[in-house]
Design a protein around this ligand. Structure first.
Ligand code: AMP
Length: 170
């Protein structure tokens, strides 16, 4: 076992002043740290009959495939607007300044499919809440969400009702 915290690098004032960006690329680059991370992200969901693991663009994609492989599920994509080629459903949500939109293919899964959400960092929880709404809109049942990093001081957790797991907490 390695200490995964040693593989996360804090970058102050990126992408804007006042934000401490959690750079996960050293963790992704390490065979031991990456495999341990996806094992720990997947573990609580292995026996929950998940059909599809949905990764959130773009760092969520890097983790979702490996988590899906571990729990025996398929993979789905939540993307920024205009990236998905066929009919989509979309959700627009508020940011500190302005709004953002996320999309998923309208036929991404069968009605009643059991869905696990994957992303790299849970911050304010806006992205997670929007992804949850999107998946419900597309006919899925959200089983839970698994994150590599949770910034608990921002309390994003309070915006999500399901089972929420984070490997690293700040
Ligand atoms: P939020 O909607 O505020 O929970 O933000 C979550 C999304 O923004 C995730 O997809 C993260 O990749 C990204 N994000 C937000 N804050 C950070 C941070 N401090 N470091 C790295 N990524 C972040």
């Amino acid at each position: 076992m390695v200490d995964l915290y040693e593989y996360i690098v804090d970058v102050p004032d990126f992408p804007e002043k006042g934000v401490v960006f959690k750079d996960i690329t050293p963790l992704l680059a390490s065979r031991e740290a990456f495999l341990q991370s996806v094992d720990e992200m997947a573990e609580p969901f292995i026996s929950l009959a998940v059909d599809i693991v949905v990764g959130i663009e773009s760092r969520g994609f890097l983790l979702a495939g490996s988590v899906a492989e571990r729990i025996g599920a398929g993979v789905g994509l939540v993307r920024k607007p205009g990236k998905l080629p066929r009919t989509t459903v979309s959700v627009t949500y508020d940011l500190e300044y302005g709004t953002d939109t996320l999309e998923i293919h309208a036929d991404a899964f069968d009605d009643g499919a059991r869905v696990l959400i994957v992303d790299d960092v849970l911050a304010t929880g806006g992205t997670l809440a929007a992804s949850n709404d999107l998946i419900v809109k597309a006919g899925g049942i959200v089983v839970g969400a698994t994150m590599l990093v949770e910034l608990s001081f921002l309390d994003g957790r309070s915006r999500f009702d399901g089972l929420l797991h984070a490997v690293l907490t700040y």
